[in-house]
Ligand binder design. Structure first.
Ligand SMILES: [Zn+2]
Length: 393
């Protein structure tokens, strides 16, 4: 491994060695290493930002002990670009590998978060450290954002960063959200509305079923109605590469005993939404589908926190694949633009920058697994792409 590769690998490995498991994924292995959450990583990032030429470093406490961290690196031109890297990782309880040793072995950096998504932060910091040492500055001013709680908990860091950027009146030219996309610039993601439907029956002894109202039996036609709704959606023409919306019944619960007529039955229903669909209208339609099908009274509640602009879920993110930023990234990486099925912080950023893309090394299929690694060759490739984007001189 040459010196440059070694420096990039060490830069990423240092971040992997600082546990930052999302507190909603806490467990005994995560807790062995001190307080769970993004706090220690954010503090270390602030130090590294200060050490490589940031003219402003902000720790923005989103939840107690869980700050976002922002570093601004002045450029030579008037342009401003943002890179958002979420600082939380998923659980380590399922790992068959030491989660935080950050070892560099067999051409990869190993450990939780190596791929998702400390690689981009580590590579950017290694570049900024080298440029700072050589007295170079990027062409655009770079605002580097470490955001908490992307994996679970509702994109809290991104939800906080957006109004912070708006209050500062930032005019952002390009915004890159780091995620493992296999170096394909992702220009579209589906949005999500998630509801719980609860049928409200009356309990009775199952020997006397007519004296009760069976909530589980009442839910059967509701499930059928959502299956039909999914078929209706799938038959619609797709307006973009994201395809059509879909709806899936994902959870069911109900009943208190094998000899009791159940008074409650609940299902969770997830609706993936595409560009042009409004989350509030989608929620209304889901409620109408449930009410029309359910033979007894039912309650419908949204399972997602309302978005900062008061909506029942995230609208889709979509930008045309021929946008200059998407095309630049595809050309620099030698890949094609793509759309992706997963959620990401970019769902909070529509309209915040002139152009947006989700981009990073490695495949999402390899994230969240029993082992996690990022290839050092991919770090070198990423450094080349980000270097040509930021164009230091
Ligand atoms: Zn991620």
């Amino acid at each position: 491994m040459d010196t440059d590769s070694r420096t990039l690998a060490e830069s990423v490995a240092e971040l992997v060695r600082i546990p930052s498991v999302n507190p909603l994924h806490a467990g005994p292995r995560a807790e062995e290493h001190g307080p769970v959450g993004e706090g220690a990583l954010a503090a270390r990032l602030a130090e590294r930002f200060d050490g490589c030429g940031a003219d402003e470093t902000v720790l923005d406490e989103v939840l107690p002990g869980r700050p976002n961290v922002y570093g601004r690196f002045p450029g030579r031109s008037g342009r401003l670009v943002v890179v958002d890297v979420h600082t939380d990782t998923v659980t380590v309880e399922n790992m068959t590998d030491p989660p935080f040793d950050g070892r560099i072995e067999s051409g990869s950096v190993w450990g939780r978060g190596a791929l998702d998504t400390k690689a981009t932060m580590g590579v950017l910091l290694a570049l900024l450290e080298a440029w700072h040492r050589d007295g170079l500055r990027p062409d655009p001013t770079l605002l580097l954002v470490g955001s908490i709680s992307e994996e679970v908990g509702g994109l809290l860091g991104a939800t906080r960063f957006r109004p912070w950027a708006e209050q500062q009146g930032l005019l952002i030219d390009q915004l890159l959200v780091a995620e493992p996309t296999g170096f394909r610039p992702v220009h579209g993601l589906k949005g999500l509305v998630l509801v719980r439907v609860t049928a409200l029956g009356t309990a009775a002894h199952s020997a006397l079923p007519d004296s009760g109202v069976n909530a589980i039996e009442a839910m059967a036609p509701v499930i059928d109605a959502f299956v039909a709704e999914n078929a209706r959606l799938r038959a619609l023409p797709a307006a973009t590469e994201l395809g059509t919306g879909t709806v899936s019944v994902t959870q069911i619960s109900g009943g208190t005993g094998s000899n009791v007529i159940p008074d409650r039955c609940s299902i969770s229903v997830g609706r993936r939404i595409v560009p042009g669909e409004d989350p509030d209208e989608v929620l209304e339609r889901m409620a109408a589908v449930a009410r029309a099908a359910c033979p007894i009274p039912c309650e419908i509640t949204s399972l997602l926190p309302t978005t900062p602009d008061g909506r029942a879920g995230s609208p889709a993110f979509y930008q045309r694949p021929d946008s200059a930023f998407v095309q630049f990234l595809a050309r620099a990486a030698g890949t094609e633009p793509a759309v992706a099925p997963f959620g990401a912080n970019v769902l909070r950023y529509s309209g915040l920058a002139r152009e947006l893309a989700v981009f990073g090394p490695g495949s999402i299929d390899h994230a969240h697994q029993a082992t996690e690694r990022v290839a050092v060759a991919d770090l070198v490739r990423l450094a080349g792409i980000l270097g040509s984007w930021l164009s230091p001189a």
